[in-house]
Design a protein around this ligand. Structure first.
Ligand SMILES: Nc1ncnc2c1ncn2[C@@H]1O[C@H](COP(=O)(O)OP(=O)(O)O)[C@@H](O)[C@H]1O
Ligand SMILES: [Mg+2]
Length: 221
């Protein structure tokens, strides 16, 4: 493990729950408070990973099976971690990432029917010890999230994941809640069915608490 002084925060949840919206708002607010903030996303976030992103979201990888797809996600994640996330954390930045390991657990693991052991082995390699300090799981009924994503959609055709059935999305929602229940120290479930401002306020307060705790821990060590 490297010496980390930054804080790593991930945003998770289904399509249209408000991840991008809340990341933007949190980044603005943290910057105004004087923090150095890096906003990034998966799949992608580094040149190597962005190259793989297109293969994943176009559905080209799906043709070769869910294992192949999961391995490509992991390859992209490892590049992203080593080239972007870890270096930023080492400079003390707050890193906000749109999707990370929990998306693999939920999308390829639960709804892709990959064995948990296979997924976890990939995550160990992909993250190489860089796990989020805090994960916001934005929770919203699948139907509502999909409706939002469609409204946002504009001219973009739905990607490979947006096209799937509502019950698949609902299964993912439950899988996220299961992760949150299993890892309560890292994960916070956020009711995403409320007004944007209210959600932003709750998230900012939780992040402030976490950054204060991490500063206090550094002063002790
Ligand atoms: N709390 C909210 N209430 C209503 N609409 C929202 C809320 N948060 C985001 N939206 C809208 O829903 C759509 C999807 O939000 P977005 O942040 O892109 O979701 P995600 O990144 O999780 O897919 C956007 O059009 C956004 O403006
Ligand atoms: Mg988004």
């Amino acid at each position: 493990m490297t010496d980390r002084s930054g804080i790593f925060i991930t945003f998770e949840g289904g399509e249209g729950v408000g991840k991008s919206t809340q990341i933007r708002r949190l980044a603005d607010r943290l910057r105004r408070a004087g923090h150095d903030v890096l906003v990034t996303r998966e799949p992608g976030g580094s040149p190597g990973a962005e190259a793989v992103r297109h293969v994943l979201l176009s559905g080209a990888a799906e043709t070769f099976g869910v294992r192949m797809e999961a391995i490509l996600f992991a390859a992209a994640r490892n590049d992203h971690v080593e080239e972007v996330i870890r270096p930023a954390l080492e400079t003390g930045a707050v890193v906000l990432c749109d999707r990370f390991v929990d998306s693999s657990r939920v999308y390829q693991g639960v709804t892709g029917n990959l064995e948990p052991g296979f997924i976890e082995a990939l995550q160990r390699i992909a993250t190489d010890g860089v796990m989020p300090d805090l994960t916001f799981i934005l929770d919203l009924p699948a139907e509502a999230g999909l409706a939002r994503a469609r409204r946002r959609g504009g001219s973009d055709a739905p990607d490979r994941f947006e096209k799937e059935e509502v019950d698949t999305h609902e299964k993912r929602r439950q899988a996220y809640l299961d992760i949150a229940a299993a890892e309560p120290r890292r994960c916070r479930v956020i009711n995403a069915g409320r007004p944007e401002d209210e959600i932003a306020e709750e998230i900012f307060t939780l992040v402030e608490t976490a950054t204060e705790a991490s500063v206090a821990a550094e002063q002790v060590s």
